[in-house]
Design a protein around this ligand. Structure first.
Ligand SMILES: [Mg+2]
Length: 307
């Protein structure tokens, strides 16, 4: 069950009071959802065959293929519809490569997020990032804010359905430079589903902090509810391209459109200037702000949602 987190006028000052750790979702939170759909996924589809052929002897790749093979065999037994089986290791390379391609494309068609699939996708993305064919896309406030929060002593973590390997790649090879230093750790679905409160309890234990000292930021209300059920705090992040939130979600959770809103309304402008290295000349009058979509009116919006 969800414990509503209504923000009183006082609480709206900052979401960070008493917080020691911040756990970030990626898709829809730090990164446009379109990055995954329009860049990462198509890259796998278009390059998987090449990748498998070039790296077939690699032990890690063989491990990933074995995991997919076991997964498919298990699902075949469970009579999962359309499952593509992968022949055993003594089959020809050509047959195995074809089956793995078919299996992966089938899983991706179904928008599956299995750990086995993610592991192989992560390996393919690794190549793409290292060869700079892909850069991790971040909303413009993300890099500066992560650095600032880390400098201020917050312990920062990632919890995403993407494999830990692919999480690290995104932040190491990001469009805003190498941000891997800001994070104290990474969690993926090997910890558990993001919709299960048990996962967040586990994360709190692994981080070594009280759940109440941890703030989880995500675009998905179900995930926020699961985190709150585990005793964490949570806020919903509203980003361009995200699914729209219902009025109920807007009322029950603190909502932010940019990470600088974590600091609350009063300090907002100063913080923006501080982390942007901006002397504020162009920002003095927020009412005149014409840059549009990303500029927040968080004070009014948050206060308006207070019940
Ligand atoms: Mg998300």
């Amino acid at each position: 069950m969800m414990a509503p987190q209504k923000r009183s006028a006082e609480e709206a000052e900052s979401l960070l009071v008493g917080v020691r750790c911040i756990v970030f979702d990626i898709e829809g939170t730090t990164t446009p959802i379109s990055f995954v759909k329009d860049t990462l996924y198509p890259y796998v589809r278009n390059n998987i065959e090449d990748y498998l052929n070039k790296n077939f002897e690699n032990a890690d790749l063989q491990k990933a293929i074995a995991a997919l093979r076991d997964q498919a065999a298990k699902e075949k037994e469970e009579k999962v519809e359309g499952v593509v089986e992968i022949p055993s290791g003594d089959a020809s390379k050509e047959d195995v490569v074809k089956a793995v391609c078919d299996n992966v494309r089938w899983q991706m068609d179904g928008d599956r997020k299995t750990t086995e699939l993610k592991a192989l996708q992560g390996m393919i993305w690794n190549d793409a990032y290292e060869s700079t064919e892909i850069k991790g896309e971040l909303f413009e406030d993300v890099g500066p804010m992560l650095k600032m929060l880390a400098e201020e002593g917050f312990q920062l973590y990632v919890y995403s359905s993407g494999s830990i390997e692919s999480q690290k790649l995104l932040f190491t090879y990001s469009s805003q430079g190498d941000l891997s230093d800001v994070f104290a750790g990474y969690f993926d679905t090997t910890t558990g589903s993001k919709n299960e409160s048990a996962s967040y309890k586990k994360i709190a234990t692994e981080i070594g902090n009280e759940p109440k000292d941890i703030l989880f930021l995500t675009d998905i209300p179900q995930e926020a509810e699961a985190a709150v059920s585990a005793g964490l705090r949570s806020a919903l992040v509203i980003r361009p391209g995200n699914a729209e939130l219902t009025d109920e979600h807007l009322q029950n959770f603190a909502c932010i459109e940019r990470f600088d809103e974590l600091y609350g309304d009063e300090d907002d402008e100063d913080d923006i200037k501080r982390f942007a290295g901006d002397n504020g000349e162009a920002e003095d009058d927020e009412d005149e702000e014409e840059e549009g979509d990303e500029e927040d009116d968080d004070g009014e919006e948050d206060d308006g949602e207070d019940a």
